[in-house]
Design a protein around this ligand. Structure first.
Ligand code: NAD
Length: 497
């Protein structure tokens, strides 16, 4: 792969530069453990430089007409499209996800770039009648300012694009801190944005650790909003810290997503959905299904069909044909999954399939794993594992199924398999989650619809759709009085806000 440089730099004020300290870190292919490149470990001084440059660029970028900004995003979308296959292959090398899923990840970035580009000709506000004559009332959208974007490893292009495209079209300037496990794809995205015409300073890239570079970004007073996707603990810390100087914070956090299988479900469809929902991306999706709540009447048949099918899943290097599951992202994630399998066994759950690291392969590979006889309150049914580990929970009827679905701290995605329309509507109305699928697995978000969770899955923020524009703009209300006299509210003169 001749286009992969071995040394990589920060991108500050339109230039590639070394970190102030000269410290670097290495990025590895999780399937082969081969090094991919050496990246700059940004210090707080580097983050400071990045914010300086974003603050300066804000003056002109925020005044650039939104349709002009949109043209740059259209070019970005086209360039991503032209390079889709190359980027997908690079992603499989860096992140491990199988090639078909990597293509989907790039496609989401393409779709989001086109979608946000179109917003450049909308960015709609409202008009409303006034209580008074000769007075006009409306809202306009204003950019927030410098925004800090912090992203996880599992969607190396899609999640950054979900944040960068709406932030840019809205007129904000950016300091972007990607996961240390996927800095290469972040760099490729920056290169494309620059080539497409994003001016110097408008987007800045700081690679490095969360505890130093990420934390410095969260603490910088000039950064007016933080958009974060990642784990619950990091999200809690960010919310507290950013709250100290009243930053806007958008959090997309973990999940413990249920699939309910009712006794009237199409079981073949449900087995297909559970396999893809639980084991796609080796379970490293925030929307991965990790609990299947199955009606006891169909549990034996469902269980045996599922295990039979899961035995046929092929684990290996995602660049190879016919592979279903790639590796986990790193050694600590592998150790975490191993720990949870042990916890499940200690809690008395029955290991039906898998449960071990695949030692014959060089990378961080783990077997597709299924537990049966799982109690809804066991730790493996309550805590996010973020690996290919699925818990089967037996239930009776829709009431109990919904209670169990809601019994976890998280509320991101959810699903029900049923042929009964009443059960489907009960799920829509009663599952406490940001997303509910009917007769489809917990994954498959489309970029033009809002995305986000309830409870510990976030702070109510919604990415994607037009709600993404809400996350990255301030609404200003304008009262335009052209009467040429002092007008007081006539409806109730006491109300003067
Ligand atoms: P993580 O929280 O470890 O890291 C995410 C990012 O935060 C990384 O860039 C990291 O360097 C940075 N970070 C870490 N500590 C920081 C700090 N103190 N200050 C600022 N930044 C800091 O998450 P991860 O392991 O990369 O990703 C997996 C997690 O992400 C899972 O919990 C998963 O559910 C969640 N996730 C959620 C969504 C969603 O949309 N809800 C999508 C994908 C992943």
């Amino acid at each position: 792969m001749g286009f992969v440089m071995n040394e990589h730099r920060l991108f500050l004020n339109g230039e590639w530069s070394d970190s102030v300290t000269g410290e670097t870190f290495k990025d590895f292919n999780p399937a082969t453990l081969e090094p991919i490149g050496e990246f700059q470990k940004a210090s707080s001084d580097d983050v400071n430089r990045a914010v300086d440059s974003a603050a300066e660029a804000f003056l002109s970028w925020s005044r650039t007409p939104a349709p002009q900004r949109g043209k740059i995003l259209f070019r970005t979308a086209r360039m991503l499209e032209e390079r889709k296959e190359e980027l997908a292959r690079l992603m499989t090398r860096e992140n491990g996800k199988v090639l078909s899923e990597a293509r989907g990840d790039v496609q989401e970035a393409i779709d989001m770039a086109y979608y946000a580009a179109g917003e450049g000709r909308r960015l709609l506000g409202e008009t409303a009648p006034s209580e008074l004559p000769d007075k006009f009332c409306l809202t306009v959208r204003r950019p927030i300012g410098v925004v800090g974007l912090i992203t996880p490893f599992n969607f190396p292009l899609a999640i950054p694009a979900w944040k960068i495209m709406p932030a840019l079209i809205s007129g904000n300037t950016i300091v972007f801190k990607p996961s240390s496990d996927t800095p290469l794809l972040a760099e490729e995205l920056i290169k494309i944005l620059i080539q497409a015409g994003v001016p110097p300073g408008v987007i800045n890239l700081v690679t490095g650790s969360g505890s130093e570079a990420g934390a410095a970004l969260v603490r910088d007073r000039r950064v007016r909003a933080i958009s974060f996707t990642g784990s619950l603990d990091t999200g809690k810390w960010i919310l507290t810290e950013a709250g100290k100087d009243m930053k806007r914070v958008s959090l997309e956090l973990g999940g413990k997503n249920p699939i309910i299988v009712m006794d009237d479900a199409n079981l073949d469809l449900a087995v297909d959905g559970v396999l893809w929902g639980a084991f796609g991306t080796s379970g490293q999706r925030c929307t991965a299904a990790s609990r299947v709540i199955v009606d006891e009447k169909v549990l034996p048949q469902f269980q045996s069909r599922l295990v039979q099918r899961a035995k046929g899943l092929r684990v290996g290097n995602g660049l190879n044909e016919g592979i279903d599951l790639g590796p986990l992202i790193n050694g600590s994630q592998l150790a975490r999954v191993e720990r949870y399998v042990q916890i499940g066994q200690d809690e008395g759950a029955k290991l039906l399939l898998g449960g071990s690291r695949i030692k014959s392969l060089p990378g961080y590979f783990f077997e597709p794993t299924i537990f049966a006889d799982v109690g809804a309150d066991m730790r493996i049914a309550q805590e996010e594992i973020f690996g290919p580990v699925l818990s089967l929970i037996s239930t009776t009827g829709i009431d109990e199924a919904i209670d169990i679905a809601n019994s976890v701290p998280y509320g991101l995605s959810s699903s029900i398999y049923t042929e009964n329309i009443k059960n489907a509507f009960r799920a829509i109305e009663e599952i406490d989650a940001g997303i509910t699928y009917i007769n489809a697995p917990t994954i498959g978000a489309e970029i033009h619809l809002p995305f986000g969770g309830t409870k510990a899955s976030g702070n109510g923020a919604r990415e994607a759709g037009t709600t993404a524009i809400d996350e990255f703009t301030n609404l200003k209300t304008v009262y335009f009085d052209y009467s040429n006299r002092l007008q007081k509210a006539q409806i109730d003169t006491e109300v003067v806000r």
